[in-house]
Design a protein around this ligand. Structure first.
Ligand code: C2O
Ligand code: CU
Length: 464
């Protein structure tokens, strides 16, 4: 990647740093996990918080002793975390300080269509755009990332990704861990050139998979923890890699939330699969470990196989009497589905150099609307994977419930609100989207970034 002049200029510098660096930049557990800065509003009132952000090139120290050129929100990777509150609007003025067209999608967000980051709503180089987020939906772990048409694999890889945590004062009675004990953890994979810069290799079939796993932009970091409850908010912000998270020797993690926020009730899990763009909110009870324990979070069975994602070092005891809520969210009353749609997911080969991956027998076209659901309705959508790759299917602007996965009732942890679901090779997943909020034109697509770019994406127009 050659982001711009600043990155090019810095590349010489990183080579010099490389030669003099101490050995082993890929050594795990060398660094404390970086926590992305929380964005500061330029103005705020009871009803509205206003932010200004610059999408720009920057440098990140990902490998100790090296500088890696990135593209980031405010020049950082991960970008700044936005902390939003239900009922209070957030407006972000995004200024494109790069030399390419960009746009911003609040993934999992409920917004009017003009603020959703439709891939064709580009912000040309040097220009800016105001995004308005009403924060009307339930509390949830969201993220924002670039969605440039046909180039998301590159811009996401370059670093344009950050958390957006939507809290709801109505959740306060649940007494979930807060502040330093509520930790966003963005998992990505990358490969590197010798000078420390990111190395991308295009793989239209499987999508990019790097050889190094990062958490919040650091190689297998460590995190010092007390013997108490922590809330860990995992996000898989990788282009295409899936993870199977396992804590220590199969210790329980207590899943409390998924893409669309809190589950009805907590679910104990020993292995947590995460496809690109999925979020999993867990509580880990570190009281089960003694002071001095070092507990590794692994990626099980993937490539690199059974590798460390990060390590928790239990450094202190506390006398905290923490409890985990039994019930978190009421089940929602939903209207009966009033339409059924079937979407075959296929690989079409490079006929004419156009579409490769397709939904419903066609590649993406901005000129075509693939379906017109009615505002306020639910529908049954069947994702039928006729290929031998997994497709994490994502719908913009709304959430869905998973009705069945390959004919079976979904795992309890998959029974909450979702916006992205894994459709495994030759399997079928039925979901029920609820078109509850704003009408208008939105996309749905595969979140393996290379698939979405080429051109596994459809368009819907929700009619009022
Ligand atoms: Cu996170 Cu259209 O995607
Ligand atoms: Cu796909």
């Amino acid at each position: 990647f050659d982001f711009d002049k600043r990155a090019r200029a810095a590349r010489g510098k990183t080579s010099a740093a490389l030669r003099s660096a101490a050995s082993g930049p890929f050594e795990p557990f060398q660094r404390d996990v970086p926590i992305p800065a929380v964005a500061r509003p330029v103005r705020s009132s009871k009803k509205l918080e206003e932010y200004v952000m610059d999408m720009q090139p920057g440098m990140a120290e990902i490998l100790p002793g090296y500088e890696t050129p990135i593209l980031g929100y405010n020049g950082s990777f991960p970008g700044p975390t936005v902390r939003a509150r239900r009922g209070r609007e957030v407006q972000i003025l995004q200024r494109n300080r790069t030399n390419r067209s960009l746009n911003v999608h609040l993934h999992g967000g409920v917004t009017m269509p003009q603020y959703d980051g439709h891939p064709h709503d580009a912000i040309p180089a040097g220009e800016e755009r105001l995004y308005k987020y009403p924060n009307v939906a339930h509390s949830s772990t969201l993220w924002y990332h670039d969605h440039a048409h046909g180039e998301t694999a590159q811009t996401l890889f370059a670093g344009l990704a950050a958390f957006y945590l939507l809290d709801d004062p109505d959740d306060n009675h649940l007494d979930l861990p807060q502040g330093d004990f509520d930790v966003p953890l963005m998992i990505t994979d990358r490969s590197f050139n010798k000078d420390g810069s990111f190395r991308y290799r295009l793989d239209l079939d499987r999508g990019f998979r790097g050889d190094t796993i990062l958490v919040n932009g650091a190689v297998a970091p460590r995190m010092k923890v007390e013997r108490r409850l922590y809330r860990l908010r995992f996000l898989n912000a990788s282009n295409a890699r899936a993870y199977n998270l396992v804590l220590g020797n199969d210790r329980d993690m207590i899943q409390i939330g998924s893409d669309g926020g809190l589950l009805p009730a907590p679910v104990k899990r020993k292995i947590i699969p995460m496809e690109p763009a999925e979020r999993v909110d867990v509580i880990v009870d570190f009281r089960q470990f003694g002071v001095g324990s070092k507990v590794i979070l692994h990626n099980q069975g993937g490539e690199p196989s059974t590798s460390a994602v990060m390590r928790f070092d239990v450094v202190r005891g506390t006398a905290e009497e923490a409890r985990i809520p039994k019930l978190m969210r009421e089940d929602d009353e939903l209207p009966e589905p009033n339409a059924e749609r079937s979407w075959p997911l296929t690989f079409q080969g490079l006929a004419g150099g156009a579409s490769v991956w397709q939904i419903g027998g066609g590649g993406f076209s901005e000129m075509r609307i693939d379906c017109r659901p009615r505002q306020g309705s639910t529908e049954l959508w069947t994702w039928r994977n006729l290929s031998n790759r997994t497709h994490p299917m994502h719908i913009h602007g709304y959430h869905f419930k998973i009705v069945s996965m390959n004919g079976k009732t979904p795992h309890p942890a998959d029974q909450g609100w979702k916006d992205t679901v894994a459709v495994y090779p030759n399997e079928t997943v039925v979901v029920m989207p609820y078109f509850d909020y704003f009408p208008g034109r939105y996309v749905f697509h595969c979140h393996a970034a290379e698939h979405g770019d080429m051109s596994m994406m459809g368009q819907m127009e929700v009619v009022a």
